[in-house]
Design a protein around this ligand. Structure first.
Ligand code: NDP
Ligand code: CA
Length: 310
């Protein structure tokens, strides 16, 4: 069921992927913090055993490596050392930056703070620079962070700037204002560090496309959103995001909306393929997380082709 939908072509299986120097396959995923998922989220229809770390950790790794991504951007990472160890055996190197006052700290038996992480394929890239940032709201530090990696493609010497973030959660007018302020600070961070390099900016923005922060990102530095760039399977019109990137059931009800994005510099890259999300039937009536899908967010995967390459 998981197919890459290639522009102007039939769908292509992800396993056919051969990494080349002009293409970057990016995976963006809020993996669901182990401590938060078990103790805070209160998923009404997810069996406890599906959230057991000894089971779930292999599903998380399997989900990532099956797509052979060149770059992996993650949020809600509270087991970085495990991921670094396991992904290390698969050819990845990674970096992590924790939230200053992670809600995980307040959970009994926590494994440390959650935060954002970037992994990259070691045989494709050299790390030029890593910068981390506590995002500010009106010049005051918030509890949300961003991680940046400047990566040099070994074969061509071309550099790309990869940034990931997890903005403030929860609904409401004030919160959408706070997210917009975090988005402005995030862009400042990007401008100060990415220079003229092509940029991949992805994360859990906790904001639907109607929120101001979505426009703030798109109106700056010529960003486009990878999934909105074209129509998957002819089911939605161009310039529209998919109908959901997370789909869960809490006691308050079903939550199904789009809050995760992969933004890219459209003057330097083109979207060549995106991974389709599983349908409602495929994920089942209890939604996610589940035995099959270890997070309440789906993984976003796209192929970005560098337009000025070789
Ligand atoms: P956020 O509002 O950004 O949310 C933190 C996490 O909660 C996110 O990972 C989010 O997931 C998840 N979340 C969102 N909605 C729900 C929900 N309905 N039920 C359960 N979890 C949800 O929090 P901050 O990081 O800004 O932290 C808030 C502050 O609260 C911290 O500064 C900390 O000091 C304080 N705190 C205190 C506690 C205490 O016991 N004293 C406990 C926890 C926090 P997603 O992004 O996927 O929606
Ligand atoms: Ca969450």
């Amino acid at each position: 069921s998981a197919n890459f939908h290639k522009l102007n072509s039939v769908s292509k299986a992800y396993s056919d992927y051969v990494s080349d120097a002009c293409n970057i396959r990016v995976l963006q995923w809020n993996i669901l913090s182990q401590a938060l998922g078990v103790m805070n989220d209160n998923f009404a229809r997810c069996p406890d055993s599906a959230l057991d770390w000894n089971f779930r950790r292999y599903r998380i790794v399997e989900e990532m490596i099956q797509y052979c991504p060149d770059i992996i951007c993650l949020q809600e990472v509270d087991h970085f050392n495990f991921l670094k160890h396991v992904l290390g055996t698969q050819g990845y190197e990674g970096m992590f930056f924790p939230k200053p006052d992670s809600p995980c700290f307040y959970i009994e038996g926590n494994n440390g703070p959650d935060g954002c992480a970037i992994f990259y394929r070691k045989n494709k890239f050299d790390l030029v620079k890593n910068e981390n940032k506590i995002l500010e709201i009106w010049r005051v530090q918030s509890n949300q962070v961003a991680v940046m990696a400047v990566l040099r493609i070994r074969e061509t010497g071309q550099e790309v700037c990869v940034v990931t973030t997890h903005l403030k959660a929860r609904q409401g007018a004030l919160l959408s204002t706070l997210r917009n302020e975090q988005g402005k600070d995030l862009l400042q961070f990007v401008m100060n560090n990415c220079d003229n390099r092509p940029i991949v900016l992805c994360g859990d923005f906790n904001a639907e496309p109607s929120e101001p922060v979505y426009e703030t990102i798109l109106n700056s530095r010529h960003f486009s959103s990878a999934y909105a760039s074209y129509d998957i399977s002819g089911l939605r019109s161009a310039d529209r995001e998919p109908p959901y990137t997370t789909w869960k059931i809490r006691d308050e009800g079903e939550i199904c909306h789009t809050i995760d994005y992969i933004f890219y510099s459209h003057d330097a890259m083109e979207v060549e393929a995106v991974l389709d999300f599983p349908s409602g039937d495929e994920i089942g009536k209890d939604r996610v997380p589940s035995y099959l899908y270890p997070s309440d967010h789906f993984s976003l995967v796209c192929d970005l082709r560098l337009t000025n390459c070789l």
